[in-house]
Design a protein around this ligand. Structure first.
Ligand SMILES: Cc1cc2nc3c(=O)[nH]c(=O)nc-3n(C[C@H](O)[C@H](O)[C@H](O)COP(=O)(O)OP(=O)(O)OC[C@H]3O[C@@H](n4cnc5c(N)ncnc54)[C@H](O)[C@@H]3O)c2cc1C
Ligand SMILES: NC(=O)c1ccc[n+]([C@@H]2O[C@H](COP(=O)([O-])OP(=O)(O)OC[C@H]3O[C@@H](n4cnc5c(N)ncnc54)[C@H](O)[C@@H]3O)[C@@H](O)[C@H]2O)c1
Length: 474
């Protein structure tokens, strides 16, 4: 006899764990199934260890300016790769250990097995079969290594393996200049690994606005070696692995694969559900309820391919957890999109990207900001770089989206996303305080440009007369 549950959650990552938090409000009769290492991708091999490495790399990079600041002796400083990686791992262990500790309250609900569907209510766990009224798939995503490169696996590192390295190779090719490529590629370069990054196009860190893509690519090309073209592996040489892009070929000790991740759907025997699939091979599901077709099955987190970032995975878990327990499907509004790449300068997209605006055919006006001449940025060497393009509606100048590469860009992207969430007009935004001297001041240029282009006039200066206390009366 199969055990019967109200809900089965497959995957104990961020999405699965937030689903558990929601499910437990409705029922105690659930299971959380995971056959992999516990502690979540984010804490084990994702957000947290990558940011721990970036923090070290950014601090060490400052040494290159010390002579000019008048601080002498920095040339003698040497990064100890073994110690750096050991510290990153020890922080990683703390973060993932914290997650596992939090799971201790419901470990009796956790089954450490791989789940495969037999039908929409039945899962094969290898040595047992279980049934559930609803099933949440929260199996995440994995780095993808193209088939022709598999024979060279001994030279290839993906992010699942990277943080296990005892020390770092002398030379490294970084394939792909998306989010992982620029974050880790720049960090490795900054701590002395000879990095050659390969990018198919002039772009970086997930930007989509052609003007910013070109600017960012040129900026990062000045700091580290980047080859344009499709990355290729030619084979082993006496000294390493021969790789190439375009007409160039060179030999490296190792390759870091950062060419994209794939949703973990292949190991679930979804064929047994006879699902409608879209053109990308993904099951057709409702992005607001996360339900697959009419089945009692939900897709939450990276596995649904919508927005493979942490806070979205967490929201997905809540939505799927709620709908898995509720009698009817509730629709949930998504937050304003926000994506940050922790390069230096930061890259971020708040609200609609240029690509999304273009694909949806939405009308917009653009304001541009630059951090190249901003006084405060120029005081700190290496900070006087960056541009932003902010898109607003042509009537009232409500912000629609922004792409940004800027010092403190992670914070400004939040401000922009929050202004979008509050549906502020450009007049209302210009009525907010801007302290001097801060990086946010550069945004003013973009806002003024937007104000000058929209149909509803914005009086300048923006200070409004009080209507409640006219003409000097107290
Ligand atoms: C290097 C890197 C850096 C990142 N940095 C950031 C960042 O700075 N900010 C940010 O917002 N996001 C970042 N991300 C993305 C973020 O880590 C993910 O969006 C998030 O971890 C996804 O969570 P999840 O729950 O969907 O998947 P996961 O946490 O991967 O959980 C999936 C779980 O499912 C299990 N599983 C899979 N198949 C089965 C099966 N058949 N049966 C049982 N169990 C199964 C796996 O073992 C795993 O535990 C980063 C990712 C990487 C790789
Ligand atoms: N800060 C963050 O939030 C953060 C950090 C790291 C990872 N992540 C998540 O991890 C996911 C995966 O990151 P990623 O960087 O692997 O993927 P990505 O999709 O961001 O970038 C992959 C890049 O590799 C390029 N590429 C693919 N094949 C290539 C080839 N053969 N030669 C040259 N270039 C090639 C693509 O054109 C693309 O620009 C992201 O979607 C992101 O959500 C998030």
């Amino acid at each position: 006899m199969s055990k019967e549950y109200d809900v089965a959650i497959i995957g104990a990552g961020t999405a699965g764990l937030t689903a558990q938090e929601e499910v437990v409000k409705h029922t105690d009769n659930y299971v959380l199934i995971d056959d992999g290492p516990l502690g979540t991708t984010c804490a084990r091999v994702g957000c947290m260890p990558s940011k721990a490495l970036i923090a070290v790399a950014d601090d060490f990079h400052k040494c290159s300016f010390f002579d000019e600041y008048g601080i002498l002796g920095a040339k003698g400083l040497v990064p100890d790769h073994k110690k750096i990686m050991a510290r990153v791992r020890s922080m990683r262990d703390e973060f993932s250990g914290g997650v596992i500790q939090e799971m201790s309250g419901f470990m009796d609900k956790v089954i450490r097995k791989r789940a495969r569907f037999l039908d929409a209510n039945t899962l094969d766990l290898g040595d047992e079969t279980i049934r559930a009224k609803s099933i949440i798939i929260a199996t995440g995503s994995k780095p993808y290594i193209p088939e022709p490169w598999l024979p060279f696996k001994e030279f290839i590192i993906d992010t699942d393996q990277f943080f296990e390295l005892e020390t770092l190779p002398r030379t490294m090719a970084v394939f792909g200049l998306g989010v992982i490529g620029i974050e880790l590629g720049q960090a490795l370069h900054r701590i002395g690994v000879q990095v050659t990054a390969v990018s198919r196009r002039k772009t970086a860190g997930g930007l989509t606005d052609p003007k910013l893509e070109e600017y960012a690519f040129e900026h990062f090309s000045k700091e580290m070696h980047i080859e344009l073209g499709t990355a290729e592996i030619f084979g082993k040489t006496e000294t390493g692995l021969e790789v190439g892009a375009g007409s160039k070929r060179w030999t490296v000790d190792r390759v870091l694969i950062a060419t994209g991740r794939r949703p973990m759907l292949h190991n679930l025997n979804l064929e047994s559900l006879k699902l409608d699939m879209d053109t990308k091979g993904m099951p057709v599901f409702d992005s607001e309820t996360l339900q697959i077709g009419n089945l009692p099955v939900f897709l939450a987190g990276d596995v649904n391919g919508l927005k493979p970032i942490l806070h979205e995975a967490a929201d997905d878990g809540t939505i799927a957890g709620y709908n898995a327990c509720a009698g009817t499907m509730a629709r949930f509004k998504k937050r304003i999109p926000l994506h940050i790449t922790f390069s230096s300068p930061d890259i971020a997209i708040a609200g609609l990207s240029h690509k999304a605006l273009t694909e949806k055919g939405i009308d917009y006006v653009v304001g541009e900001a630059s951090w190249e001449e901003l006084g405060r940025a120029r005081m700190i060497l290496g900070k006087a770089a960056g541009r932003a393009r902010i898109y607003a509606d042509p009537q009232k100048g409500r912000l629609l989206g922004a792409e940004i590469m800027a010092p403190a860009g992670e914070h400004m992207a939040h401000l922009l996303a929050w202004a979008m969430g509050a549906n502020l007009t450009i007049k209302e935004i210009l009525g907010m305080p801007f302290y001097h001297p801060v990086p946010e001041e550069a945004l003013l240029d973009a806002f003024f440009q937007i104000a000058a282009q929209i149909t509803e006039p914005v009086p300048m200066p923006i200070l409004e007369k009080r209507k409640d206390r006219p003409h000097g009366k107290e």
